[in-house]
Design a protein around this ligand. Sequence first.
Ligand code: HEM
Length: 442
Amino acid sequence: MPSGPKTRPDNGPTLRLRPNSRNLIPRRSRARPQNPRPHFRQQAQNRRLQIPKLRATKPGFRPVLARHAKTLHIGALSNIRINQFQPVRKTELGLLVNSLKRASDLGEIVDLSARVLGLSGDLNCLMIFGRKYADRDLDEKGFKGVISEVMEVGGSFNLGDYFPYMGVLDLQGYNGRMKKASKIFDGFLEKIIDEHVENKKEKNENENEDFVDTMMGIMESGEAGFEFDRRHVKAVLLDLLLAGMDTSATAVEWVLSELIKHPQVMKKLQNELESVVGPDHMVEEHHLHRLEYLDCVIKETMRLHPVAPLLIPHESMEDCVVDGINIPKKSRVLVNVWAIGRDPDAWPNPETFSLERFIGSDIDLKGRDFQLLPFGSGRRSCPGLQLGLTIVRLLVAQLVHCFDWELPNGMLPGDLDMSEHFGVVTARAKHLMAIPTYRLRK
Ligand code: HEM
C-alpha cells in the first residue's frame, strides 16, 4: 500500500476530526455538497513559502493577493503564452533525445527520473525567467534540492497547524526550515528582477516575453487594479516556479513507470505513434491532439498516481453539508484524490491498470467528473492544466516514440517497485532507472 493519504474503507467517505479547536475534514467522497454553491478557498498553511517582507509589513496582504492570484496565473498561462514557448520546448527536448541517443549507443543505464526533472526545471526557468539557471545559482543545495526541501516540509504533518501554541515552539523545526528556504528564494528572485530591469533597455521587440517581463509590465502599468509592487511580483513568480516544477516531471515519471511495467500497453502506444507521426520523424506538438491512446494512458496513470494526492488544503468559506456531515465555516478540507481514484464504487477493479475504462468514455481531466481530479476542480483548480498536460504528453510521446526501454540488471517489468514518497507532490520513492535503445530509422 502506498505510504500516504489513504483513508480506510470502513472510515466512510467523509471524516471529521477535531484536533484541538480546528476542524479537519479529509474527504474521499465524490459526493457534491448539498448547499447550492458553497465556497471553498485554498488555505494558507503556517509552512507556506513567503516573500519575507510581504508578510512582515502587511499581515493581511497574502489573502488580498490570493484573491487576485488566479487572474494573474491565468494571464501568465494563457494558450497564447503556452504556444509562444513551443520552439523552446522543441529545442530542449531535442537536447534530451540526443543525450539519450548517446546513452543508447553506449548501452548505459539512465536515471530517467533525474533527466525528466532536469528538463522540466529548465523549461520552467526558460518560461518564467527567460533563461536556464544552474543549480548553484540558488544555493549550495541546488535548485532541485531547495524545491524538494520545500515540498517535503510542506507535506509533513506539522503539530503547529493543529495546536497553535506548539507552532510558536516549532518543535519539529519545520517553520525554521521554511523561513530559511523563503529567504533563499527571495534573494534569488531579487537578483532575477534586477537582471530584467537592467536588460529591458536592450531587449528586442520580437523577443519572447517571459513571465517576469509580464508581471513587471503589470506592475509598471498599474493595470492590476490593486496594490501590486515588486513583492507581489516575487510572490506570483514563486507560485508559478514551485507549482510547475515538480508536478509535470512527477506525472511523466509515473506514466513512464506504468508503461515500462506494462509492455503490451507500451507497444500499443508505440504503434499509435508510428501511425500518427511515422517511423522516421520525431513527435511535434501538432501531433498531440491525434494521440487518443496516449490520452487514455495519461488518465489511467493520473487515476492511480495523482501528483498531488490531497490537492492543496482547502477551507470552507461557509457552513455546508457533505454526505450528511456538517462542515462548519473555516474548516480545513483535504480532498483525498488518491482514495477517490481507487474507490471500488467509482472504478471497477480499481487496483488494475486498465486503459479500456477510458476508451469511448467522456471522463476528462478538467474536474467536471468528481471521479477523476488530478488538477482539482472549480475556481481554485490548477491554472497550469493546459501547460502541464502539453509537457506531459509531449515528453512521454517523444521518449516512447524514439526509444525502447528496458529495466537494468535483467529486472522483469512486473518487478518494478512502484512505492511512493509522500509529500505535497508524491513522486516515486526510488528513481526510475532504465536502458534506452534508439528505435527511429533516422
Ligand atoms: C501535470 C502537471 C500538473 C498537475 C498534475 C497539477 C496539479 C495541481 C493541483 C492538484 C493543484 C491544486 C488544486 C486544488 O487544490 O484544488 C494545482 C494548483 C496550481 N497549479 Fe498545477 N499542476 C500541474 C502543472 C502546473 C504547471 C505547469 C503550472 C504553472 C507553471 C501550475 C500552476 C499551478 C498554480 C499556480 C496552482 C495554484 C492555484 C491557486 O492558488 O488557485 N501547475 N496544480
